[in-house]
Structure formats: structure tokens, C-alpha cells
Design a protein around this ligand. Structure first.
Ligand SMILES: C[S@@+](CC[C@H](N)C(=O)[O-])C[C@H]1O[C@@H](n2cnc3c(N)ncnc32)[C@H](O)[C@@H]1O
Length: 201
């Protein structure tokens, strides 16, 4: 686990946003990811629950969302303002998450992947946690080039955090056994979506 990252995000938690500024963008992303009633969804690096909140407040989606985050303070402060939405939150490093195998229909890593110290280990863990046929989405609202320039202006340890090009992350996931669904990268979007095969070895 990266203690430096946990401390960094704990320190940021008080000022971290709780609500999305661009609601329509979130809604269209969730529709494109085919979030369906009954889904059990892992919100990886949930922070104060921006994505979880959207997943749970959409009347048409009766989904179960499990927010997970390394920073206990993000989750604590998120729970204070949104106790219902974050009632299932778990404080854990996604590289070693204490969940059963084959538990989730979907996992979304929104604005978290570059901060994960060992992306291969996180990918293995996400593969384990998804049901056969389950989908993984790594999502950002900008391309890796813009995000990496932004991170470089920040403080240690986040200044060293880089997001690899979307095609490279997809290739990493395919080596772990996932199958490709969609990869797209442009200045406003980074989308890497893969699926765990229905038949696993
Ligand atoms: C940039 S913030 C994004 C938070 C949230 N997704 C949002 O958009 O508001 C990244 C979050 O990922 C969490 N995080 C970083 N590394 C993690 C890991 N290995 N496992 C779980 N969470 C992690 C951080 O604690 C932080 O809350």
C-alpha cells in the first residue's frame, strides 16, 4: 500500500468535491457503460462518492454500489454528507481488496488509475473480483497527455503519477486475461473498457 498516497488524499479530503459539476456527462458515461438494474458495482478510488451518488440517485438504476478507497478520511467525510450512499463503503487498497472472487458485475476506476502503485496487481485483483462476463472501465475526463502534465505540477507523491496511453492500458489488461470492449482516448475522454471472459481458465 502507498502510505504517501493515503496521506496525500487524506490531507485533500476536506476540500474534495462531493458532487459532480457536469451531471449530464456522468449520466451519459453511465449509460454508455450499460449500467443495468440489479448490477453490483465496485467504485474504485471513490473519494467522497461522486460516482456512487450518481449510480444510486438515478431512479431507474436499482444498483448496489460498493465504494472503495485507500483514504479513510475521504470516506469518512463522504459518509457525513451522504450517509445513505456511502453506507457500504470499504476502506481498502484495490491492489489487495478483501472481497470474494466473482462478486461484481462491473467495476469503475474513475480518476484513480494513475495513483495505483502497481497497476498489474490492481488489474489482477479486478479480474478476480469481477464475475465472468463482468466489465471493467477505467475512465477519465481528459487524455493521458493532459492528465500527466497536470499531475507534474502537483506535489509529491502525485507529481510522479502517470496514466499510460489508453491502448497500452488495454494491452496490459488483455495480458491478464480480459477481452477488449472499447478503447477511446481524446482530449475530453479516456475510456478503457474490458470484460472478463464468460469461460475462464
Ligand atoms: C483523484 S481522487 C478521485 C476520487 C473520486 N473518484 C472522484 O472523482 O471524486 C483518487 C482517489 O483514489 C484513491 N486511491 C488512490 N490509490 C488507491 C488504491 N490503490 N486503492 C483504492 N483507492 C485508491 C485516493 O485515496 C483518492 O480518493
Amino acid at each position: 500500500m502507498s502510505r504517501a498516497h493515503r496521506d496525500y488524499f487524506n490531507d485533500l479530503a476536506a476540500g474534495w468535491p462531493e458532487a459532480a459539476q457536469n451531471a449530464s456527462k456522468f449520466l451519459s458515461w453511465l449509460r454508455d457503460f450499460a449500467v443495468t438494474p440489479g448490477d453490483r458495482i465496485l467504485d474504485v478510488g471513490a473519494g467522497k462518492g461522486i460516482l456512487t451518488l450518481w449510480l444510486q440517485t438515478l431512479a431507474s438504476f436499482s444498483v448496489q454500489t460498493i465504494p472503495v478507497d485507500l483514504s479513510e478520511r475521504m470516506l469518512l467525510l463522504g459518509k457525513r454528507s451522504q450517509p445513505q450512499a456511502l453506507s457500504t463503503a470499504v476502506c481498502s487498497d484495490i491492489e489487495h481488496a478483501a472481497f470474494h472472487d466473482n462478486l461484481f458485475d462491473k467495476a469503475i476506476c474513475y480518476s484513480v488509475f494513475p495513483h495505483i502503485t502497481h497497476p498489474v496487481q490492481a488489474g489482477r485483483e479486478l479480474y478476480r473480483l469481477l464475475k465472468p462476463g463482468g466489465r471493467l472501465l477505467v475512465l477519465h475526463s481528459q487524455c493521458s497527455r493532459k492528465l500527466n502534465l497536470f499531475h507534474a505540477q502537483l506535489a509529491d507523491p502525485v507529481m510522479y503519477d502517470t496514466l499510460m496511453p489508453a491502448v497500452d492500458l488495454q494491452a496490459l489488461f488483455l495480458r491478464l486475461g480480459f477481452i477488449p470492449v472499447r478503447v477511446e482516448e481524446n482530449p475530453q475522454l479516456y475510456w478503457v473498457e474490458v470484460a472478463k471472459p464468460l469461460q475462464t481458465k
